[in-house]
Each structure stands twice: as C-alpha cells, then as structure tokens.
Design a protein around this ligand. Structure first.
Ligand SMILES: C[S@@+](CC[C@H](N)C(=O)[O-])C[C@H]1O[C@@H](n2cnc3c(N)ncnc32)[C@H](O)[C@@H]1O
Length: 228
C-alpha cells in the first residue's frame, strides 16, 4: 500500500490481482497454518517458497481488503476494472470488501480448474475458484465485446511457479475485455503470471510483490535485470 499511495490517480485501466485468500480449513487454527501446509499436499514433489498475509481472521481480512481496494479504485480510470481472485470461503467477504471500497460489482467469473484437482471423498469435487469483477463507475459502452463468463483451464506444473500460482491462459482470458495497449496493475504479483499474460496480450503491467523469493522468481520469469 505504501507503493500504491505514491502512484497518480487513474494511472491504470485495470487492477487484476490474486491476493492472499486467508483461507484453508474450517477452524481459525487451520487457517493460521503456513500456506505451504494449507495449500499443498504433503506428497507434493515441487518446492515453493511460502508467503505472508495469509493468516488473517475474517474481520481483519475484510478491513485489509477494503484498504487496498480503495487504493486500487483511486488508481483506476473511470470505467476501468478490478478483477480479484477468491475461493468459495472468502467469496462473500471479497464481494463485501469491493463494494465497501466504492467499486461497482459486475459479477463473478468462475475458474473451473477441471477434474484434476485434489478430490475429497464424501463431498463434491472442489474444482473452482472465482474472479470477482467490478468497475469504477459505469462500464465503457464503446467496448463491443461480450467474452465468455466462465473459464475452464487446468493447472499445469510447467506453468506454476508459485504455491498458489494461476495459469497464464486464465489471466489472458480476463484481459480480453480490455482495450488494446491497456495499463494493468497487479499489487500481489507473486510469480508474475499477470505480467506474463499482459505482455503476451500487448498490454503494459506493473507488479508489486512483498516476498523477495517471489520477486526474484517473477523477474527471472520475465527476463528482467534487477538493479544492483
Ligand atoms: C496468491 S499469491 C499471487 C500468485 C500469483 N497470482 C501467481 O500466479 O504467481 C499472493 C502474493 O501476494 C504477496 N503479498 C502478500 N502481502 C503483500 C503485500 N502487502 N504487498 C505485496 N505483495 C503481498 C504474497 O507474497 C504472494 O506472493
């Protein structure tokens, strides 16, 4: 938020982001566990660094979400977009937060991760996450597009560089509504998936990432050279 506060009003056409969900488990003790324990099977073969800000309780997660979403609103031009990921547990709190922050809620794009997700016997396969969409005020009526409102895309190991990394094609799909050459902000950039998708689609993007491990992974992925 300190970096966002230095950026001018209306500098972006869209904020597309995947913040920490602060979810996992049905009890507060389960949610307070390290994300590597919550989000990865103990038999997983790949090592991913952990990340911060994923252990908040419901009330502080709501207030924290409102605070960064208010900054995101200020940084987005009128008619621009917020697209924010959530899971089923945090869906109500996330839709509350964006409306409290002043965004106009436009709906939910379910991301169907397909049947390759971890099954849990005795209940339905939990194979979807959700992208909440909102605009700063009215939608841009000059856009003559109506892209599909559901995206079905598996997680592929070669495309996953973060513990909770999202597929590049999902991010690219979210960008189909944006005008050519849009400016995109991802304040929770992780391994830089949004930035890769933006580059593939011909947009420009800025990412902010707290973890030095993921900052390095993202800059390597993008082929960027860090200042000494
Ligand atoms: C769910 S992950 C994003 C993963 C990303 N979509 C990808 O595909 O790699 C959320 C990220 O937000 C970062 N984060 C948490 N708090 C932050 C903060 N206050 N400022 C910037 N980044 C933060 C975490 O380090 C984590 O990498």
């Amino acid at each position: 938020m300190s970096l966002m506060s230095t950026m001018p009003d209306g500098s972006y056409d869209a904020v597309i982001t995947d913040p920490p969900y602060a979810t996992g488990g049905t009890s507060s003790a389960a949610r307070a566990q390290d994300p590597r324990v919550k989000y990865q099977s103990s038999t997983a073969l790949k090592y991913y660094p952990t990340f911060a800000n994923d252990c908040r309780d419901q009330r502080t997660h709501l207030m924290w979400s409102v605070r960064w979403m208010e900054q995101a609103l200020r940084l987005t031009r009128p008619g621009g977009w917020l697209m924010v990921f959530s899971d089923w547990r945090q869906l109500p709190i996330t839709s509350d937060a964006l409306q409290i922050a002043g965004w106009t809620w436009r709906g939910i794009i379910p991301w169907d991760k397909t049947e390759c997700c971890r099954p849990q016997l005795g209940t339905y396969r939990n194979q979807a996450e959700y992208v909440l969409t909102a605009t700063r005020g009215g939608i841009d009526k000059s856009v003559r597009l109506c892209p599909p409102g559901v995206v079905r895309e598996p997680i592929r190991a070669r495309d996953k560089l973060h513990l909770t990394g999202k597929p590049v094609p999902v991010m690219e799909h979210l960008m189909t509504i944006l005008p050519a050459g849009s400016r995109i902000l991802d304040p929770f950039a992780g391994s830089g998936t949004t930035l890769v998708a933006a580059r593939n689609k011909g947009h420009t993007a800025v990412g902010i990432e707290l973890s030095s491990d993921y900052h390095r992974i993202a800059t390597d992925r993008l082929g960027l050279v860090l200042p000494a």
